[in-house]
Ligand binder design. Structure first.
Ligand code: PHE
Ligand code: FE
Length: 294
């Protein structure tokens, strides 16, 4: 493989990838030497140990038990597609079902990948899933996304036709944002929707963001705690708002429907980026008079 295409381990984890769980000096955990030039690799399912499968089962069980009343119905209805909860799914088998449903597939990656590579995969309806699983001592919290976060958090909603299209559009939009050097704005949109989004339903607020849905503590916190603010979805406001990478979020943004998300993000973002470049950023916990509060 082409050496130049290998990620610089520092770059991968130092803020170049907006879709990450943080920045820092730690080298990423996966084996990047085994990755192809598009950063995909083999899952190497046979290398998971029985302890890995057992840890996955415990993570899955704990999360599944919390979903009723906290996760959106689209997510709850689709979790079963992940298959046997007692073992880490085989990506190939899962992709086969996913392709038939929404024309998406999942591909293995060593871990966090540079944003351009990430956008390119999404634009091709290929969702990158980290191969490695956290260690038992990381049962409650893992700094970088692992196979549990990526699969349990993200894959169920890829079975939803509307959300599946949003993810592809996001990938294409990411490639464009990178040409326009505006990735920081788009990264915030990803963060406050795909990772930490809430949705208002007739039964009450529910989570659809993968970062919340795969988190032991933040799922209930995001939906029910009186501490954070919950604000109506506002695209340009979100694009100005910084986020927390090392604690629960200070603010969550609430959509009315996936349709609202799709319509609000359909226009060309180039003029938005242009306009935003002169506007001050907002801190994660700032509030504005124009915010719609839940
Ligand atoms: N409409 C956006 C653009 O022109 C692309 C996009 C769609 C971005 C959906 C995010 C989500 O850049
Ligand atoms: Fe994620």
């Amino acid at each position: 493989m082409n050496l130049n295409s290998r990620p610089d381990p520092k770059a991968v984890n130092s803020g170049l990838a907006p879709v990450t769980y943080g920045t820092g000096d730690r080298p990423p955990r996966g084996d990047y030497a085994a990755a192809r030039s598009d950063f995909t690799c083999e899952q190497q399912w046979d290398q998971y140990t029985s302890e890995d499968h057992e840890l996955y089962r415990r993570l899955y069980e704990r999360q599944l038990a919390q979903l009723p009343g906290l996760a959106c119905e689209e997510f709850i209805g689709a979790v079963r597609h992940l298959g046997d909860p007692r073992q880490i799914p085989r990506f190939d088998a899962l992709s086969e079902v996913l392709r038939k449903t929404t024309r998406w597939e999942i591909v293995a990656v060593p871990g966090l990948i540079p944003e351009e590579a990430f956008f390119a995969l999404l634009a091709q309806r290929r969702f990158p899933v980290t191969g490695w699983l956290r260690k038992p001592e990381e049962f409650d919290y893992v700094v970088e996304p692992d196979v549990f976060h990526d699969l349990f958090g993200h894959v169920p909603l890829l079975f939803d036709p509307g959300f599946a299209d949003y993810m592809q559009a996001y990938g294409a939009g990411g490639l464009k944002a990178s040409r326009l050097q505006s990735c920081q704005y788009l990264a915030r949109l990803y963060w406050y929707t795909v990772e930490f989004g809430l949705i208002a339903t007739p039964a009450g607020l529910r989570a659809y963001g993968a970062g919340i849905l795969s988190s032991a503590g933040e799922l209930r916190y995001s939906v029910a705690s009186p501490v954070p603010q919950r604000l109506g979805f506002d695209l340009k406001r979100i694009m100005r708002t910084r986020y927390k990478i090392d604690s629960y979020q200070a603010s969550y943004f609430v959509i009315d429907s996936f349709q609202q998300l799709i319509e609000a993000t359909a226009p060309d973002f180039a003029p938005y980026y242009e306009a935003l470049s002169g506007v001050p950023e907002l801190a994660a916990d700032d509030s504005l008079a124009t915010d719609q509060r839940y």
